[in-house]
Design a protein around this ligand. Sequence first.
Ligand code: HEC
Length: 151
Amino acid sequence: MTAVRMPSISWRAVLAAAGGTLMLCGCAGNGSAIPENPLGEEQLRPTLKSLQANVFGPICADCHNPSGIGPFPMVTEEDTYQNTVNVESFEVPGVLRVAPGDPENSYLVWKIEGRKTISYDRMPPPYSANPPLTNDQISTIREWIKRGALR
Ligand code: HEC
């Protein structure tokens, strides 16, 4: 009897191993895809903390820091919040840099999307070392604003 049951257990083991192999294949397939956001797609979330770590800190704060050429600092989450949320743009007075709940009317969005209505350059500017933001980065910033641009 034992001799008959052993093979049955072995088959289960074989099936389990096959399942494991299939899962590994799935992971390898995902891992080989080129991430849209090279700075850490997995951590990119529509929160100030995530955006600061992935976009505002590593890209914008290159210039948007106290000794840089950017007109207001974005070095910390608090900098970014204090200098953008409900703060009027100087380039197009009357338009808020970040209007909570309203990405369409947020000047920061116009700047990163490079709209024709902006003054001066798209952000990050063409002369900077950073390429324009990816669609994923832009849509995540829009989503953060849509959800109320919370701290
Ligand atoms: C290479 C330096 C540089 C980088 C990088 C940069 N900026 Fe700027 N930013 C500037 C300068 C200079 C100005 C003012 C002139 C202009 O608008 O081109 C400016 C202006 C702005 C304004 C308009 C301010 C207003 O009140 O009208 C916004 C909004 C802005 N930047 C957001 C960003 C964001 C968001 C990023 C990152 C995605 C970024 N910038 C990256 C240099 C930079």
